[in-house]
Design a protein around this ligand. Structure first.
Ligand code: 3H9
Length: 719
């Protein structure tokens, strides 16, 4: 018997314990071990019932994601057939589900006749986030257990449900009083089943899953939800599988599900989403810092600035049960900030996302103050004041005076030099950048900016606290704009320039949203505020002093008071939530083109795509070469979680690999020649891109320069 399974005979019961750290993923060896153990129990006349459980509590996180896209994925015994065989055993099988049953893990439990959880159990079919659909019976057995509508909601959302909800839905038959008692309760359940001669499988609650639903239920469901799916394949395949569940007998439905699953598995989208899954886990690793590093204790946090950003940041900590002091200069501003936080919580309360008691608890963790002395016992202080170096430095000088030794001093700057901020304190090793994205209580991304002097334990502690408050932290080095905003610059520059050359903002945005980005450049700028963008640009004018042509459009809109959505006019005209193109902007572009001697012409979609995306990708590759980003996959995470890049394209670096690095390089070289002086100035291939193509590589990774000077030359040319 394999050491992945603990098989025990216990007075008429076979106890089959899954034991493959860390999450009992169902790879080929695990599937073989489960099959073997189940056959043994099925054939052993001493065994009257079987209990399947996680040897260390956790049941299973499903199929082994590493196997997808390889021959191992369906290597025998494959999961669907293993579960078909399990469901055929003529003895009651009880799944004792500790902690988690996800994806194939839940499908394993669904193939058992009976299921018991514990209070902390969470269940879900998470495949959709990997661009997949459940492929081992989930789309066929779940609707027969809980009905089509609930099954569809669970599968399409990929969300986990807790034990109580699972019990109400009918997924769990029982809940043990505690995790510690789960196995004993499961055994007692099995003896009861034996005692009453229960069948191996109880009758299905929904033998005809579509019964009672209108004939056009699925068609309506599709019409209602499809616009949100954009070009994603997996939700559409889920609907097809659900259609099969409604129309076909189980066996045929399972065959149809498998065919659909294989289609999803082979898709580019699933490959990209699997890349994102592993990228998120990789981002947590800090080269050179082991897991044994001693973290600093964070029991109290302070935020400087109770504006939108500071308030949002404070909410993250209160949500995680950590007390937060919120400091403002004026009582009125403080009051406004606290009121806004209360309003945000009230909105969650109304939407049923929060109970009144939880809201009260969170508000009680927030403590407003006007006095820096109140920050003396904070373990982590995050400054979220106006984005101006002198103001930030002033705040840090103050923090240096009042904060206790060992407190971590963080700046929520979105672009400024963290080293210059650290330079004004006596303890630069304690300083770090924490770039939250707006709205800070909602957005998952957190750029953690490691300064020259930042101590390893400060970095490790902030990465850990970020995860504790539910963020996805990605490490960046210091440069203007860090990973995200620095890449935004060349991307947005091309968008502006294209408008000068004859494209319209809507045309540019449509190409980008056509790629499934959440927003085009111009809608994004209108939302973020043209005034805010002007301010950021103003702090870095030197970098573009040799060609400000592309900034002119934004500068003039700013001068006209067209600040974007907030003023009802920006690149577009706004009326309530609707938006339209504005002739005034087009006329302005035409005038500026005349002044700047830019020839106007009709511009096609491919050109918009290539110029915006290739410049974005080129800058990302350069960031990797400079060591600002640790990995190409980190860049992908930043753009997916901070800038609405579609996860099913895997992020800009993964997308670049799909397009072909040689194609991107030749595209950049083409525009360098085709766009005259402007092309000469901006379309400069990143040296790493050139090296990767010369070496015939298809993946974006660091490749040492033969001459160390190459990189510096690029920097001199561009910055
Ligand atoms: C499926 O089941 C398809 C079937 O319907 C049909 C098949 C035919 N496989 O996240 P963590 C690793 S699709 C392989 O850091 P946490 C993970 O990489 C699957 N590895 O911990 C990491 O490794 P490392 C549907 C997996 O506590 C380590 O475990 N299932 C898998 O924050 C710890 O993970 C899902 O989509 C896996 N399935 O979160 C569940 N799961 O240490 C995906 C985890 O080397 N998993 N690993 O970096 C999760 O959502 C989270 O990992 C989980 C734990 C909640 C389980």
């Amino acid at each position: 018997m394999s050491d992945l399974i603990h098989y025990r005979l216990d007075d008429g019961l076979a106890l089959i314990g899954l034991d493959r750290a860390p999450v009992n993923a169902l790879d080929q060896s695990m599937r073989a071990a489960i099959s073997e153990a189940c056959e043994r129990a099925a054939c052993d006349p001493r065994v009257q019932a079987i209990v399947l459980h996680g040897e260390r509590g956790l049941f299973s996180a499903g199929a082994d994601i590493r196997e997808f896209g390889t021959d191992a994925s369906f290597a025998e015994p494959d999961l669907p057939s293993t579960l078909v065989r399990l469901a055929e055993i003529h003895k009651p099988v009880v799944a004792a589900i500790g902690r988690l049953a996800l994806g194939g893990g839940l499908e394993l439990a669904l193939a058992c006749g009976y299921r018991i959880g514990e209070p902390g159990t969470r269940l879900g079919l998470a495949e959709i986030s990997l661009g997949l659909l459940p492929g081992a019976g989930g789309t066929q057995r779940l609707p027969r257990l809980i009905g089509v509508e609930s099954a569809l909601n669970m599968i399409l959302s990929g969300e986990q449900v807790d034990a109580q909800t699972a019990r109400l839905l009918g997924i769990l038959d029982r809940i043990a009083p505690s995790a510690e008692q789960l196995l004993e309760e499961a055994k007692a359940y099995a003896y009861e089943l034996i005692g009453c001669c229960a069948p191996a499988r109880p009758a299905e609650a929904w033998p005809e899953p579509a019964e009672g639903l209108p004939d056009d239920f699925l068609a309506h469901y599709r019409a209602e939800h499809e616009p949100r799916w954009k070009s994603r394949l997996a939700p559409r395949l889920v609907l097809s599988a659900m259609e099969a569940a409604c129309l076909l007998p189980l066996e045929e439905g399972l065959a149809r599900e498998m065919a659909l699953f294989k289609r999803a598995e082979a898709s580019r989208q699933s490959k990209a989403l699997r890349h994102v899954f592993f990228a998120e886990r990789e981002a947590a690793r800090i080269p050179g810092i082991g897991e044994d590093i001693r973290l600093r204790r964070i029991a109290k946090v302070a935020i400087i600035g109770a504006g939108t950003m500071g308030g949002g940041i404070a909410m993250n900590f209160a949500n995680a049960g950590i007390p937060v002091a919120l400091l403002e200069r004026e009582g009125e501003a403080l009051e406004r900030g606290l009121t806004q936080i209360r309003k945000n919580y009230e909105a969650s309360l109304k939407r049923g996302k929060l109970t009144a008691e939880q809201m009260q608890q969170r508000m009680e963790l927030l403590f407003g103050t006007l006095d820096y002395a109140d920050l003396a016992d904070a373990d982590l202080v995050i400054e979220a004041v106006f984005e101006k170096m002198e103001i930030k430095q002033q705040v840090f000088r103050m923090l240096d005076k009042v904060c206790k030794p060992g407190a971590i001093l963080a700046s929520n700057t979105s672009s400024l030099d963290v080293d210059a901020i650290a330079a004004v304190v006596s303890r630069p090793q304690d300083v770090i950048g924490l770039h939250f994205f707006s709205p800070a209580n909602v957005m998952r991304l957190l750029e953690v900016v490691r300064g020259q002097a930042t101590a390893p334990d400060v970095l490790a502690t902030t990465m850990a606290i970020a995860r504790r408050i539910g963020k996805l932290p990605v490490i960046s080095g210091v440069c203007f704009g860090f990973i995200g905003n620095r890449m935004l610059e060349p991307y947005a520059r091309e968008a502006h320039r294209l408008v000068l050359e004859g494209a319209t903002p809507a045309q540019v945005d449509a190409v980008l949203t056509g790629l499934d980005l959440n927003m085009g450049v111009f809608s994004m700028l209108d939302l973020a505020g043209i005034d805010v963008n002007f301010l950021i640009r103003s702090s870095n004018r030197a970098a573009s002093a040799h060609d400000e042509s592309y900034c002119r459009l934004g500068d003039e809109l700013y001068a006209m008071g067209r600040y974007g959505q907030k003023s009802g006019r920006g690149f577009y005209l706004y009326q309530g939530r609707s938006r339209q193109e504005d002739d005034e902007v087009m006329a302005l572009a035409e005038r500026l083109a005349g002044e700047l001697d830019v020839t106007r012409r009709a511009i096609g979609e491919q050109e918009i795509h290539d110029r915006c995306l290739f410049m974005l990708i080129n800058e990302g590759i350069q960031l990797l070469d400079e060591g600002i980003a640790l990995r190409a996959s980190d860049i992908d995470l930043v753009w997916i979680n901070g800038y609405g890049f579609p996860a099913h394209l895997g992020g800009p670096m993964h997308y670049a690999e799909h397009l072909g690095l040689d194609k991107i390089l030749s595209g950049i070289q083409h525009y360098r020649r085709a766009l005259g002086e402007y092309g000469e100035m901006w379309f400069r291939p990143a040296p790493l891109l050139e090296r990767l193509v010369a070496a015939g590589r298809s993946r974006i990774e660091r490749l040492p320069a033969q001459s160390a000077g190459a990189n510096l030359k690029f920097l001199e040319r561009v910055r």
